[in-house]
Design a binder for this molecule. Structure first.
Ligand code: GDD
Ligand code: MG
Length: 357
């Protein structure tokens, strides 16, 4: 469907603290998923639902975000930037983009990987005559999210950000995707920090604004910590997320980047993405469920599975990496073991097992 008069605002100004140390070298909106910057998945989703006018609301490491995403043309959208001198919070970030938006705004948290049917959500919003609609999803533990109680009519009854253990009345949470009529943005004062979850939404309820929840049964994940960031990629590799974004050279569960060298006897087990100019030595094994960035090298007899390696990672002979994340330029010594859940910072050196004589 067409979506004239709709602008998307992507909130991409957080510091990504729960994704450190990865976000020390790369801001969260552009951490790579299958070697593609995260925001590309959101732009693809928006475009597939007819929204091609997008504003990125950013404050942290803006130049890096701009460098990776440019004017959005590569993803078929027009991308503009609303930059905050000081972080303005999630509502302030939307307000700061207000001059660039048309009648209706779709707001996305810039760390949500989803294939939500935004066309159906927009129809729901229009049919109800809503002023605001939030996409809701269900999670086993709502404490890290915004808890949303709905009335049987679909109206939002209560919005409670980061509920305490004794405040959990439902498993339905804010999925970080909103449709807002533009006039509501006037409720956000310009130039000061304000939270959409803690102030703006409770304010809509207090003032009796037509505010609905739309419960979607779609893939949904907040990639904002290391385990979820890795999980999102495993899910993409297994085809669990409907997306038009594919790594270069993807075929039969394996993507081989240009100039990658696979020596005889090296094994790649699908699903796996091997970035350009990687080198896999004889008797090494990569996969299943692995992403190698550009220019990684995996030495003889090394094993990498369930793991995400950024660019230029060196894996020494006989090293074993399982279910871990290794940022750019790190080096893993021969025979070292990198355990499940480990996150190795950019440029770090992981020592090998001591040689016992
Ligand atoms: N422009 C701008 N300015 N963006 C910001 C700012 C800011 O000051 N602060 C945070 N953001 C962006 C972040 O970059 C992120 O994309 C989004 O706002 C949400 O911030 P998070 O820090 O990731 O919030 P959260 O995950 O704890 O909680 C939010 O998302 C949950 C769903 O994943 C809330 O919206 C919850 O209610 C929700 O359930
Ligand atoms: Mg988040």
């Amino acid at each position: 469907m067409g979506a004239a008069g709709v602008t998307a605002v992507i909130l991409a100004g957080g510091q990504g603290t729960r994704l450190r140390p990865l976000t020390l070298s790369r801001p969260k909106p552009i951490v790579p998923l299958l070697n593609v910057p995260f925001l590309a998945y959101q732009l693809d989703l928006l475009r597939r639902h007819g929204v091609d006018d997008v504003v990125l609301s950013c404050s942290y490491m803006v130049d890096d975000v701009r460098g990776a995403m440019g004017d959005g043309r590569a993803w078929g959208v027009r991308l503009r930037y609303a930059v905050e001198d000081q972080p303005l919070g999630t509502a302030g970030g939307v307000r700061n983009a207000a001059d660039l938006v048309s009648e209706r705004v779709i707001v996305l948290n810039g760390d949500v990987l989803t294939d939500a049917d935004l066309s159906a959500m927009q129809r729901f919003h229009a049919e109800r005559g809503a002023a605001a609609t939030i996409y809701l999803t269900r999670v086993p533990d709502p404490r890290a999210f915004g808890l949303v109680d709905l009335l049987p009519s679909g109206h939002v009854h209560r919005f409670l950000e980061k509920p305490g253990p004794d405040q959990i009345t439902t498993d339905t949470i804010n999925a970080g995707v909103y449709i807002l009529d533009r006039t509501l943005l006037e409720r956000i004062p310009p130039g000061r920090a304000m939270s959409i979850e803690r102030e703006f939404f409770p304010g809509l309820l207090a003032d009796g604004i037509r505010f609905y929840g739309w419960v979607g049964e779609h893939y949904w994940l907040d990639i904002g910590n290391a385990e979820k960031y890795r999980q999102g990629q495993l899910d993409l590799l297994s085809g669990r997320v409907r997306t038009g974004v594919q790594p270069d050279g993807w075929r039969d569960g394996i993507a081989l980047g240009d100039g990658a060298v696979i020596e005889p006897g090296a094994q790649i087990q699908p699903p796996a993405v091997v970035g350009p100019t990687c080198r896999l030595a004889a008797d090494s094994r990569v996969g299943p469920h692995v992403v190698l960035g550009a220019g990684c090298s995996v030495a003889a007899r090394a094993v990498v599975e369930g793991s995400v390696l950024w660019d230029g990672v060196q894996v020494g002979e006989g090293a074993v990496l399982r279910d871990c994340i290794v940022a750019s330029g790190a080096s893993i010594a021969p025979r070292a073991q990198v355990r499940p859940g480990a996150v190795v910072a950019a440029g770090a050196v992981v020592a090998g097992a001591p040689v016992l004589s």
